[in-house]
Every structure is written in structure tokens, then in C-alpha cells.
Design a protein around this ligand. Structure first.
Ligand code: NAG
Ligand code: NAG
Ligand code: NAG
Ligand code: NAG
Length: 296
């Protein structure tokens, strides 16, 4: 027959349970505080234009250093920007190896003091994954530039500069056209300088040859477009350029006016100078005639 459990024994058993519980809670809190120490990065963002590609994130580290890793979908993680205190990392070198791959990057944060990782800390780094990034589909198209233009008669010829990229093939850098081929088109927006009605033309080369009215001045800008993309299809528009035709007859007329004006002005200047010299000479002569009188 077991001895009856007295109220005292019950109380002490409860006390033991309570102590255990408190201990467990304390351990959890401490561990939570420990992991909270490992700062998680956030807002990982790809910034990419014409394949120049930088990963940015937040926050600025205090007592942390970051290491960035990048991988294709195969999980072949590679370290970049090792133990950095920056909040950006240039990943261009990696993504240009194959612009059609889909990449993921992640940022690992390690506790550090004065920018140096705390060597014997056995804490796991905290890591945050970036969104996926497929350069061929997602790199922004840079603002294009007009390289050359010429208006002859009723034809306007506009050439778009072919932007260089950091994508290489056989050790040579490719242009934007080389990489995108016929997927890339340019849109030309053009209008008579005297009006605002815009027209557009498209080309899958870097050259436009359009019909215009003879003797009219035109203004225009170009935009790079990849119609097959679902997002990020268009670049900014290039700065506006204008032709300066000057109507032919008016141009000749102004040249004639210019020449005549020059001749007339020269003539007047010469006339004024010679008149002045003449009068001075006469004055001197009359002065000489009068001088004896004056001296006397
Ligand atoms: C991420 O950045 C945006 C602005 O760029 C900001 O509104 C947002 O709060 C940030 N996210 C976090 C978790 O701070
Ligand atoms: C990338 O994909 C596009 C379209 O799928 C293709 O035309 C292009 O040749 C590919 N580029 C490379 C470098 O593989
Ligand atoms: C347009 O201009 C470019 C560059 O000046 C030149 O190479 C090209 O031959 C011109 N095209 C035509 C059709 O005149
Ligand atoms: C360049 O690449 C092409 C295939 O794209 C290859 O046929 C050629 O041999 C390469 N040239 C050199 C110099 O590597």
C-alpha cells in the first residue's frame, strides 16, 4: 500500500515542474535572442541594365559582414564579395557567362567586429535569398543614343549607336545587337519641328531611312524595344535631335545679304577713316599757314 501523497509532497513536485518549465522558457528566450543577433538582410534587388548587373540589399551593417553567393538552378553556389561591409555586389562577371540561365543570389551575414568576422563564433550565418533573375529576359534596356543623322532631299537617315555590353563570345565583347539579334528593335518617333504630331517607324537593324517633306526640319528620338518580352520591354527614349535644313532659297538669300552687308560696312569704315585723315591733314596745313601769324 503506497503511502498517501501528502499535500507537502504535491507542493514540492509542482515546484520542481515549475522550475523546469521556467528553465525551458528561459533557454528558448536566450536562443531566440541569439538568433535575433544574426541580422537578416532584406529587400534584395537586382539592378541590371544592358547586362551590367548589381545585387543590392539592406541594411547597412553594424557589427556584421556579408558574403554574397550566386547560383544557377543547378545549385552550384559560388562566393562573391567575400566578407564585405557594402550593401551591393557586382555580379556581372557571373551572369554574362550565360545570359539565358536563371540565377538566384543570397546574402549571408556573419557577426563581425571592426569589419572582421569573429573567427570562433560557431553561429550559423543567416541567409536571405534574392528573387530569381534571368538576364536575357530581365536586364533593362539602356537609354539609346543617336549616333548619326542626315536629311537629304526627301530622305532622313538616322543611325542608332550600338551599345557595348560586358557579354563576351570568343573573348570579344558583344554589342546589344549581337546579344539580342532580331529580338531587339528600335522605334523612331519623329515630327516636323513646326508641329507636334508624332509619327513612328520601326527597324530591326540600327538604321532608319524614312520619307520626309523636302526643306522641312524634323525632330526625333529613338527607343530600344524587345517585343517578345512580357515585362521590361522598352528603354527610355534617347535625347531628341533635330535637323537644320534651312530652306534652300532662304539660305542663299541670307548669304547674299551677309556679303552685301559686309561690303557696305567696310566701305563706310574706309570712307569715315579717309575723311577723318583728310580733314586732319587740311587742318594741319591751315595751321602751318597760320603759324607765322601766331608766333609773331
Ligand atoms: C523595402 O524597400 C521598400 C522601398 O524601396 C520599403 O518600402 C520597404 O519597407 C522595404 N522593406 C523592408 C522589409 O524594409
Ligand atoms: C538566348 O535565348 C534566345 C531566345 O530564346 C536566343 O535567341 C539566344 O540565342 C540565346 N542566347 C544565348 C547566348 O544563348
Ligand atoms: C545612313 O547613314 C549611315 C551612317 O552615316 C550610312 O552608313 C548609311 O549608308 C546611310 N544609309 C543610306 C541608305 O543612306
Ligand atoms: C569563335 O566561336 C565560333 C563559334 O561561335 C567558333 O567556330 C570559332 O572557332 C571561335 N573562334 C575562336 C578564335 O575561338
Amino acid at each position: 500500500m503506497a503511502p498517501p501523497i501528502g499535500p507537502r509532497a504535491l507542493r514540492s513536485e509542482a515546484a520542481v515542474s515549475l522550475t523546469l518549465l521556467l528553465g525551458w522558457v528561459l533557454a528558448q528566450v536566450t536562443r531566440a535572442a541569439g538568433t535575433a543577433d544574426i541580422l537578416k538582410t532584406y529587400n534584395l534587388t537586382w539592378k541590371s541594365t544592358n547586362f551590367k548587373t548589381i545585387l543590392e540589399w539592406e541594411p547597412k551593417p553594424i557589427n556584421y559582414v556579408y558574403t554574397v553567393q550566386i547560383s544557377t538552378r543547378l545549385g552550384d553556389w559560388k562566393n562573391k564579395c567575400f566578407h564585405t561591409t557594402d550593401t551591393e555586389c557586382d555580379l556581372t562577371d557571373e551572369i554574362v557567362k550565360d545570359v539565358n540561365q536563371t540565377y538566384t543570389a543570397r546574402v549571408l551575414s556573419y557577426p563581425a567586429r571592426n569589419g572582421h568576422i569573429i573567427a570562433d563564433s560557431d553561429v550559423e550565418p543567416s541567409r536571405t535569398n534574392s528573387p530569381e533573375f534571368t538576364p536575357y529576359l530581365e536586364t533593362n534596356l539602356g537609354q539609346p543614343a543617336i549616333q548619326n543623322f542626315e536629311q537629304v532631299g526627301t530622305k532622313l537617315n538616322v543611325t542608332v549607336q550600338d551599345s557595348p555590353t560586358l557579354v563576351r563570345r570568343n573573348g570579344t565583347f558583344l554589342s546589344l545587337r549581337d546579344v539580342f539579334g532580331k529580338d531587339l528593335i528600335y522605334t523612331l518617333y519623329y515630327w516636323k519641328a513646326s508641329s507636334t504630331g508624332k509619327k513612328t517607324a520601326k527597324t530591326n537593324t540600327n538604321e532608319f531611312l524614312i520619307d520626309v517633306d523636302k526643306g522641312e526640319n524634323y525632330c526625333f528620338s529613338v527607343q530600344a524595344v524587345i517585343p517578345s518580352r512580357k515585362a521590361n520591354q522598352k528603354s527610355l527614349e534617347s535625347p531628341v535631335e533635330c535637323t537644320n535644313q534651312g530652306k534652300g532659297i532662304f539660305k542663299e538669300f541670307s548669304v547674299i545679304v551677309g556679303v552685301v552687308a559686309f561690303v557696305v560696312i567696310t566701305f563706310i569704315v574706309v570712307l569715315v577713316i579717309s575723311l577723318y585723315k583728310c580733314r586732319k591733314a587740311r587742318a594741319r596745313r591751315s595751321g602751318k599757314e597760320n603759324s607765322p601769324l601766331n608766333v609773331a
